[in-house]
Design a protein around this ligand. Structure first.
Ligand SMILES: C[S@@+](CC[C@H](N)C(=O)[O-])C[C@H]1O[C@@H](n2cnc3c(N)ncnc32)[C@H](O)[C@@H]1O
Length: 305
């Protein structure tokens, strides 16, 4: 089994992990709530159960894992820029007969969805949802199968062509490309989920702005990620060329930088974007790095005129 992420694997960018007290203090000072989702027994048990199912579903041999890593290494070495490398690497994970990528996170349970989004139960089946960076598409299937949101209200996008094939084959509206390049009408999604790709995003400001544009007044944006953020999807030669919002050294600093960016970009558009809450939990992922338990932070923003 391949080792999980660590600071060496992810490009030698050591960042400190969370000082929970620090985040609790920022939450109090800045007026958002901070919730440790791992203390919620129902969410934790559903994550553990989901993790075991994921492991069974995506089980693979050491040989299959090595072949996956080699194919990713090969496409990265042939890519001319980081955007191409990211899309083509993920094509290797999502393509083929057997799924090679899968995840389970706190958002994929009704209790977690309620805790993270705060959307009233009687409004859920009217939601129009966009999952950006949908990957293996677990979230939209959960919205349809467990939250009973009609499939025609569910859309997904990803820079990977193989991911968009999965979204389409699952029966949802599928879009390939970065969100700011897609022809999606403004204010047409009540919930935009930016799902665990902030570390791969070569233009975080463009993503945040386009997400704000897609949400009507009263809508929500949920950003899930691993904090502090590390730009580990980039090719070595591109590392100096991209400017990341998330330049912080700790989870707390990066969360504040993301919050400030959403607020400022919203303000330029005449909108009020507020960070309502941060929920810290964990997630299970089976990917090129093997089967891993990772930190997971959900930042829930509300957008208003
Ligand atoms: C770590 S995977 C996350 C997949 C899934 N959403 C999850 O939560 O596990 C990152 C995904 O984001 C996609 N991605 C990376 N940068 C993107 C961008 N700027 N816009 C849309 N998708 C992007 C990748 O192709 C990949 O499918």
């Amino acid at each position: 089994m391949v080792r999980c992420y660590n600071s060496r694997v992810i490009g030698g960018l050591p960042k400190l992990s969370l000082n929970r007290n620090g985040l609790q203090k920022s939450a109090e000072a800045q007026g958002f709530s901070y919730i440790d989702g791992d203390t919620n027994p129902s969410i934790s048990s559903s994550l553990e159960r989901g993790g075991r199912e994921l492991k069974r579903r995506t089980n693979r041999t050491a040989g299959e894992q090595v072949r996956l890593i080699s194919s990713i290494f090969e496409v990265r070495s042939k890519s001319s820029n980081s955007d191409e490398a990211i899309a083509r690497s993920y094509d290797q994970e999502y393509g083929g007969e057997k799924p090679k990528y899968g995840y389970v996170s706190a958002l994929l349970s009704p209790e977690g969805f309620d805790l993270i989004t705060g959307i009233p139960k009687d409004k859920i089946n009217q939601l129009r949802v966009l999952d950006v960076g949908a990957g293996s598409n677990e979230f939209l299937r959960f919205c349809r199968d467990e939250l009973a949101i009609p499939a025609n209200q569910l859309s997904g996008s990803d820079v990977s062509g193989e991911s968009t094939k999965i979204i389409e084959n699952d029966g949802f509206s599928a879009h390939q490309g970065r969100i700011e390049t897609l022809d999606l009408p403004e204010r047409s999604f009540d919930l935009v989920y930016l799902s665990y790709f902030i570390d791969y995003d070569t233009d975080q400001a463009a993503t945040f702005g386009a997400a704000i544009d897609r949400v009507p007044s009263g809508g929500k944006i949920v950003l899930e990620g691993w904090f502090p953020v590390r730009p580990f999807g980039l090719l070595e030669k591109d590392r100096r060329d991209y400017s990341f919002i998330t330049k912080g050294k700790t989870a707390e600093e990066d969360i504040q930088l993301v919050r400030d960016a959403f607020q400022n970009i919203g303000k330029e558009k005449g909108r009020t974007v507020s960070l309502e809450k941060v929920v810290k939990t964990h997630r299970f992922v089976h990917s090129q790095y093997g089967f891993c338990k990772l930190d997971s932070y959900f930042l829930t923003f509300s957008v208003n005129d």
